[in-house]
Design a protein around this ligand. Structure first.
Ligand code: E4P
Length: 224
């Protein structure tokens, strides 16, 4: 099970790096926009410094044509390093770019996946990760859990090395459903992770234990 954070905020990445066994960081232009107009490559280099090369860094190509996507990929690899996973939309121009880039040995994350069919096509060109958009699928009345389940089955049946990196989560139930249906990885917004750890019932349990401790030992602590 791989947990990635869907943010480019350096403080948040550092925070969750200390708290979790992080497998990587994912980004897209919308996520970058939340940081203001930072220097794109410089910011990605800072992220790489924090996470090192054992963790995966996924960066979205924004070109409209196959050639532009390939040029984006080459520039990102040149500016950051060759370990970066290039996120490419799973459409006609994107699949063509994925195929060419995989032949060069570039790491590829096939993104904007809403259907099993898109995922299957990306698998056949050798995408390393498939990124099905959980919440966006639900918004379109698509059964996201079923799509992930069928993609996981397709990967298993074809003995493919491709992994499912589920994305676009708006609550913790969506994340656990993605794992339950066979996703190997999930990229989660830090707001969603925080909401899953700050639930009032967790604080209530902690508070009950504290009160019972104090009723027994007063202000004495375990450590002292
Ligand atoms: C992955 O990095 C995706 O781009 C991202 O999870 C999409 O999330 P959203 O649907 O909340 O924009």
């Amino acid at each position: 099970m791989e947990i990635l954070v869907d943010t480019v905020n350096l403080d948040e990445i550092k925070k969750y790096q200390q708290m979790l066994h992080l497998s990587g960081v994912t980004s897209n232009p919308t996520i970058f926009k939340k940081e203001g107009r930072v220097d794109f490559f410089d910011h990605l280099r800072k992220i790489r410094e924090i996470i090192g090369t054992d963790e995966t860094l996924h960066v979205q190509a924004v070109g409209d044509t196959t050639e532009e996507i390939e040029a984006d990929a080459h520039r990102i690899l040149q500016e950051i390093d060759h370990q970066v996973y290039i996120k490419i939309p799973t459409n006609e121009v994107g699949l063509k770019a994925m195929k060419a880039l995989k032949k060069e040995g570039v790491h590829v994350t096939a993104t904007a996946i809403y259907t099993v069919f898109q995922g299957e096509l990306a698998m056949t060109v050798g995408a390393d990760y498939l990124a099905p958009y959980y919440n966006r699928m639900l918004n379109m009345n698509i059964d996201a859990a079923q799509v992930i389940n069928e993609l996981a089955l397709a990967i298993k049946l074809s003995h493919s090395k491709t992994k499912i990196l589920a994305a676009s989560f708006h609550n913790v139930a969506q994340v656990t459903d993605a794992f339950k249906n066979g996703a190997q990885a999930a990229t989660i917004g830090t707001d969603v992770i925080a909401s899953g750890l700050k639930a009032p019932m967790i604080s209530a349990a902690v508070s009950d234990f504290k009160n019972d401790w104090q009723s027994l030992y007063g202000n004495q602590t375990i450590a002292t």
